[in-house]
Structure formats: structure tokens, C-alpha cells
Design a protein around this ligand. Structure first.
Ligand code: PAF
Length: 287
């Protein structure tokens, strides 16, 4: 394909996707809500190397936002994102019309209840139903061979993987490592909400997880003690932050573990001013 094409009609996207599938073309998809940062770009660069045709989608999906969340203010800069897409070698930028993604009376939802009782599923009821539904629709429209997602949203990747497997959707789900700022803050479109003071303390979110890893590697196995140490660390270093959750979970089932296994995930969500920031660290004691 020469030059980047922008498609806004879901039906036109699907016609093209089906044609690519018929021709056996390997299509990579990077689904996003726009306002790209280096995390998104690294997904695109990685996908670019593994497919014949690369599609990036931008859709601020209303059904994954709860009442009072930031749907109305979600940052957006489509001109900038389009230029970045072209630089990353995106072939098709899919920016579907909202009214055509959800027709009046839309009432079909995808739910993955086992994986969404904990962490963000608990704090943001309905969020993962919106995510699973829109990703299922994007998969049906784009017909990709694989789709790449960032592991900052670890629970999201687990949900999408399970949905894809259990609904027999012929798409490979690829989770890619978290991309961080030089000071360790996980990249997020929502970092733009931080004031200078909040931005200065935000890297302590990851540092708390590193402290936890250090304690585990030094032999601490008591989850209560580990969580208390990190909570105390956050209280000292991010006093204006409000901890939403700090959990030690099984990386696949997302269930809380009561004693440290050889392989687990430490996951955190913390509100800092207008931003709700999430981060996680997989700790594998065999590695
Ligand atoms: O991670 C995101 O940006 C969104 O949740 C996604 C996967 C694009 C679905 O709207």
C-alpha cells in the first residue's frame, strides 16, 4: 500500500479487512484511544516489523468510561497522531465515526467476569465490558492477524486474550512491555493531567513496586507486610496521592494471592490530582 489511508466508515474498514484476509495478508492492529505517546509508538514500530499491513485505530470508546470519568476531557490531537502514524509506517489509520460504532439501541455486550472482579474491574464497574465489546468489534472490522497491546494495562490484556480464545476469534493477542519515562513513570495519555508538582512525585509509583520486588527477593513472603511497606512508602513520598488499590495477584487469573508465589504481579492504581494512574510489575522469582 502506498501512502497512509484514513478510514472512518466501519463498513469500509471491514470490506478491506475481509479482502486482506481472503488474500492471506498478515495484518497487524494497534488499537488505541489516541493522544499517542512513546508507548503507543513502540507498539506500532514492533507491529510494523511483524506484519505486511499495519492498521492503527483511534477511538475514544464511550462505553468503557463510567459516570464522572474523563470521557469528555480525554486528550486528543488527531493531526499530531496522524503525522506520527505516517512516520511509524501505518498503512491505515482507522478512526471510526462514533455514531456508526454504536448504532441507536446497541445492546450486545462482551463480558469476562472471572477476570474483572479485581483491580480496575472492581474500581471501574462496566469498564471491561466496554473494552471487551469495542475490541471484539475492532477485531471484526479490521480482521487483523494479530493485535498489540501495552502491558501497563495488564488486566486489559488478560481480558482480551481470554475473550479472543473463548469466542474463537482468529486474532493473536500480543502483550508488549511497559514503556517508561526516563524517571520510571509509566507512559500514559493521562499523564498530561498532572501538575508539575504531581509529575515530580509520580515516579514514586514505580519505585514503590521496585521496593516490593526488593523485599520479595530478600525473602519477604508475607503479602500483608509487603503491601504495608509500599503503602507506607506512598504515604511518605506521594502524600497527595490516594491509593485506589495495591494488590498482589496471579498474572493470569488476576486473583489476589495471599502468599507470594514464584510468579506474581504487583499492581497499583493511584489517584493523583485529576489523574488516575496505574502501573504494575511482574515478579518471577525463577528469573
Ligand atoms: O487501551 C486502550 O487504549 C483502550 O482500552 C482500547 C484497548 C483501545 C479499547 O478502547
Amino acid at each position: 500500500m502506498s501512502g497512509m489511508k484514513r478510514i472512518q466508515s466501519p463498513r469500509s474498514m471491514q470490506e478491506l479487512g475481509l479482502e486482506w484476509r481472503r488474500q492471506g495478508i498478515c495484518v497487524g492492529l494497534v488499537p488505541t484511544m489516541g493522544y499517542w505517546h512513546e508507548g503507543h509508538l513502540s507498539l506500532m514500530r514492533w507491529a510494523r516489523e511483524h506484519c505486511d499491513l499495519l492498521v492503527a485505530s483511534i477511538f475514544v470508546n464511550p462505553t468503557q468510561f463510567g459516570p464522572g470519568e474523563d470521557l469528555e476531557n480525554y486528550p486528543s490531537d488527531i493531526e499530531r497522531d496522524s503525522a506520527l502514524a505516517a512516520e511509524c509506517g501505518v498503512d491505515v489509520l482507522f478512526t471510526p465515526y462514533k455514531a456508526e460504532m454504536y448504532l441507536p439501541g446497541h445492546g450486545t455486550w462482551v463480558n469476562v467476569p472471572e477476570l474483572t472482579k479485581n483491580l480496575c474491574g472492581r474500581s471501574r464497574p462496566g469498564h471491561f465490558q466496554g473494552v471487551a465489546t469495542v475490541v471484539c468489534k475492532l477485531f471484526n472490522l479490521v480482521q487483523p492477524t494479530f493485535a498489540a497491546f501495552g502491558e501497563k494495562d495488564w488486566q486489559q490484556v488478560a481480558v482480551i486474550r481470554k475473550m479472543t480464545r473463548e469466542l474463537d476469534i482468529p486474532v493473536r493477542v500480543e502483550g508488549r512491555p511497559i514503556v517508561r519515562e526516563a524517571d520510571g513513570l509509566a507512559m500514559s495519555s493521562r499523564n498530561v493531567y498532572l501538575t508539575a508538582e504531581e509529575r515530580a512525585v509520580a515516579p514514586h509509583i514505580q519505585k514503590g513496586l521496585c521496593l516490593l520486588e526488593g523485599m520479595v527477593r530478600a525473602g519477604e513472603r508475607d503479602c500483608g507486610a509487603l503491601r504495608k511497606a509500599v503503602r507506607d512508602y506512598y504515604a511518605a513520598w506521594i502524600p497527595s496521592g490516594v491509593l485506589d488499590y495495591l494488590e498482589l495477584v496471579d498474572p493470569e487469573t488476576i486473583e489476589t494471592v495471599d502468599h507470594v508465589h514464584s510468579d506474581f504481579l504487583a499492581a497499583v492504581a493511584l489517584r493523583l490530582g485529576k489523574a488516575r494512574l496505574i502501573d504494575n510489575k511482574r515478579i518471577n522469582l525463577e528469573k
